[in-house]
Design a binder for this molecule. Structure first.
Ligand code: GLC
Length: 425
């Protein structure tokens, strides 16, 4: 059985968020189950991609509306990721290190998907299933079933996984002219609210829909930025399946990024050592409880609640430390910078994306806070629990499905319901 994964991200080659973590690990575990699970992403100029060797396996010219573009399919030469890893080289659209720059938004991922289908169309070894992740790959199920050019691959089943329905890839409907010829009567499959909506197109055209937790699957029918009705309508072919974490990457006993490795037996000692390093780095007192936030500084993640929440506790008689690690909203950057100056020794922020540091934060913190408004699955709470930190989470989506409150028998986290300061404090 061969399952080909199409994605915009794959850890460690190109990561912006949790999508990369899942696409970089799920195939590894499929391979362990005896399934051939290659992954293909665009060839960005990220450090990882620049520093590894790729062999060209296919070259071609593909149509893009009335135009054409050249591409190369390349395979990572040493099979370092534990699954066959391919990139699509389209220098015109993907030369920089940034995964989601603003320019060529509609053309970039359209070309990527067309290139993959052109390659498959010419090779004998086709996958048994094509697994598409998020809106960047949502046109693939449509083109596979509707573009005359790919008629020979119509029968290949597609799975479309929604990691985040907040981003839908919405463009002017005339961008559908970029796709290889299809029966114009089927244009409705691309259309949502008279726009070309890549997420909607994927949902309508694929064989099976999955989301990354059962609760999120239910929530999408109630609230999904305009797609509620579509999720309700497609319920028959939909299923919420909880993500897992990659325990080869996230294991405090073997993690190279942390000061001191530890396991279940010496967790208290191990965490104390890691906390010491962490607090030193951020200029905090390791004698106080440390509460950390890691993630995008975005509304969706509830990051806008953090400054007031932290401030309320910093101004209270409680002695607590806070650490923030992440990038995003410039206003929040500003606010956190001010707070670092105001609460020296109690609050600090690394306004950065830093994978090694993230490991140290999980290992050295006592609590990890995730006040998400929306959380399709969330991996950070699982990393926290794996590293012996207590997640404090809003009871939504995947957080609801993965964290058990300590008030219940086996619980290992703290949950709150309302998105308010009172509820979170
Ligand atoms: C997205 C979601 C996050 C999920 C991840 C992997 O980043 O926002 O909740 O864990 O995808 O599926």
């Amino acid at each position: 059985m061969k399952i080909l994964h199409l994605s915009a991200e794959c850890y460690p080659a190109a990561k912006a968020g949790g999508l990369a973590d899942v696409v970089g690990s799920l195939p590894k575990y499929l391979v362990e189950e005896g399934i051939d699970a290659p992954v293909v992403i665009p060839k960005y100029g990220t450090e990882w991609i620049e520093n590894h060797r790729f062999k060209t396996v296919f070259e071609g010219t593909a149509p893009l509306g009335d135009d054409a573009f050249e591409f190369r399919i390349q395979r990572e030469a040493k099979n370092l990721l534990g699954f066959p890893f391919y990139v699509v080289d389209i220098p015109k659209y993907f030369s920089g290190a940034e995964i989601y720059p603003g320019n060529f938004a509609s053309e970039r991922f359209t070309c990527f998907q067309i290139a993959v289908l052109e390659w498959l169309n010419y090779t004998a070894e086709r996958p048994d299933i094509i697994h598409c992740h998020d809106h960047h790959t949502g046109l693939t199920p449509f083109m596979l079933t509707q573009s005359f050019r790919y008629d020979g691959m119509k029968h290949i089943p597609t799975v479309f996984t929604v990691h985040n329905a907040e981003y839908q890839g919405i463009f002017n409907l005339n961008k559908s002219e970029l796709l290889p010829d299809f029966n114009q009567q089927k244009i409705g499959l691309l259309d949502w609210d008279q726009k070309l909506n890549c997420l909607a197109a994927g949902l309508k055209s694929c064989w099976k829909i999955t989301t990354v937790s059962p609760s999120y699957m239910q929530e999408l029918s109630q609230e999904s930025s305009g797609l509620e009705w579509l999720f309700q309508n497609e319920q028959q072919k939909s299923k919420g399946i909880l993500n897992g974490i990659d325990e080869q990457v996230w294991n405090p006993a073997t993690d190279d990024f942390i000061t001191r490795n530890y396991s279940h037996d010496d967790v208290a000692k191990g965490k104390a050592k890691n906390k010491k390093t962490l607090c030193k780095q951020f200029g905090l007192n390791p004698g106080y409880p440390t509460i950390s936030y890691i993630g995008r500084l975005a509304r969706e993640k509830g990051a806008d609640l953090l400054p007031d929440l932290f401030q309320a506790l910093l101004e209270s008689p409680e002695k607590v430390n806070f650490i923030v690690l992440g990038t995003g909203d410039p206003e929040l950057h500003q606010r956190f910078r001010e707070m670092s100056d105001q609460y020296v020794g109690f609050f600090d922020a690394a306004l950065d994306y830093n994978e090694p540091l993230a490991h140290q934060v999980y290992a050295g913190s006592d609590f990890m806070v995730m006040p998400s408004r929306v959380e399709p699955c969330g991996l950070n709470q699982m990393y926290a629990m794996r590293y012996g930190s207590v997640p404090i989470v809003r009871n939504t989506g995947g957080l609801k499905d993965t964290v058990k409150d300590i008030s219940r028998g086996e619980g290992s986290g703290i949950k709150f319901n309302d998105f308010t300061l009172e509820s979170a404090v």
